[in-house]
Ligand binder design. Structure first.
Ligand SMILES: Nc1ncnc2c1ncn2[C@@H]1O[C@H](COP(=O)(O)OP(=O)(O)OP(=O)(O)O)[C@@H](O)[C@H]1O
Ligand SMILES: [Mg+2]
Length: 333
């Protein structure tokens, strides 16, 4: 009989439970609560399976113990996430694991570099940005979205202007990425990588919905660096100032790494060097990727957080507006 030790996480879509099995082993059971969450979990499982098989013994993922239509069972890792390392371990040790994780992520991306669909790669980030703008427009129609829009009256107009700008900007075409990389993660937050007993980081909660080509997931790895920077250094400190009862905002400022430091940790790895050697537009693309992440997070604050939705969305929207100005300064517009 399974015995529940702890309910670790409940997002709007999934529960994650720490469970002891009859044979005494501890596992993490991620369980989808509805059909949409089950579809998302299935695409994560596909991503984990495909990339684990592709990397073989060099896999940077936990082994899958069991997967059904609505569950994913992984071994339980008692050292916790990269974020837990910052909460509980000396700073230098936590940073060392982040460096290993970033190195692996870009090494994997650089090891598989392709142009699966020539029309797709140059416009990849512009498409991602437009998709986030559309998703936010839909989120504005919910009750929380309407409260937010009544407060931030410029949002709808700003989204229209953003889409028009993307369509006509020469800057976007100039920074098109040369090829997509293998998608090693896709949601590279400090809470989405675990640490094995031997110190090896392992990626969980991977993206799933990438560009699938030759049965492997592809995308722009700069979006992963953007996720790490934007969540740790910009979004989470803002959320923590609004409500400090959520996992993502757990670290106080003394435990956080500054954005320049975190960026340096990642770009000074050999793996990043391998990727950047053939990518001369990565710096402006990183700015754009951070805008994609910020804009995407406004919708998430509105539709997938339990409380303070309007305040949270407002704080992140203001970060997105500031980042849009930074992107325009780089790309022109
Ligand atoms: N195998 C595991 N061992 C230890 N802790 C785990 C394990 N799997 C998950 N966790 C903990 O549970 C948290 C949530 O897991 P996960 O990131 O897979 O789901 P989620 O973020 O809630 O889901 P989603 O974003 O897909 O809705 C992790 O951040 C980590 O703290
Ligand atoms: Mg997660």
């Amino acid at each position: 009989m399974d015995r529940l030790l702890q309910r670790v996480s409940t997002t709007t879509g999934c529960d994650v439970d720490r469970v002891v099995r009859a044979d005494g082993t501890e596992v993490a059971i991620k369980r989808a609560r509805d059909e949409a969450a089950a579809a998302h979990l299935a695409s994560q499982t596909r991503h984990l399976r495909a990339m684990s098989a592709h990397l073989g013994v060099a896999s940077i993922y936990p082994p899958i113990i069991e997967a059904t239509a609505s569950t994913l069972v992984l071994p339980w890792y008692r050292r916790g996430t990269l974020e837990d390392q910052f909460a509980t371990q000396p700073r230098a040790d936590a940073e060392a694991v982040v460096r290993v994780a970033a190195d692996a992520l870009f090494r994997v991306a650089a090891g598989g570099r392709e142009l699966p669909d020539p029309a797709r790669a140059p416009a990849f980030l512009a498409d991602e940005l437009v998709r986030r703008a559309r998703r936010l427009r839909l989120a504005l129609e919910t009750a929380d979205g309407q409260r937010f829009a009544a407060h931030e009256t410029e949002v709808a107009r700003a989204l229209d202007a953003l889409e028009r700008w993307v369509a006509r900007s020469d800057g976007f075409r100039a920074i098109g990425l040369p090829a997509l990389g293998l998608c090693a993660h896709g949601d590279f937050g400090l809470d989405n990588a675990l640490v094995r007993d031997d110190g090896q980081p392992l990626f969980i909660d991977v993206r799933g919905e990438a560009v699938w080509h030759r049965d492997l997931p592809w995308w722009d790895p700069l979006l992963d660096l953007a996720t790490l920077l934007v969540y740790h250094c910009r979004i989470e400190p803002q959320i923590r100032a609004i409500c400090d009862d959520v996992g993502a905002a757990r670290l106080d400022s003394s435990k956080r790494v500054s954005e320049p430091e975190l960026r340096r940790l990642c770009v000074q790895t050999d793996g990043f060097g391998l990727w950047a050697a053939d990518d001369d537009t990565w710096e402006p693309r990183l700015e754009l990727a951070m805008l994609v992440r910020l804009l995407g997070s406004v919708s998430t604050q509105l539709t997938a957080t339990p409380r303070h939705q309007t305040e949270r969305a407002t704080a992140v929207w203001r970060l997105a507006v500031a980042q849009l100005a930074a992107v325009k300064a780089v790309l022109g517009g």
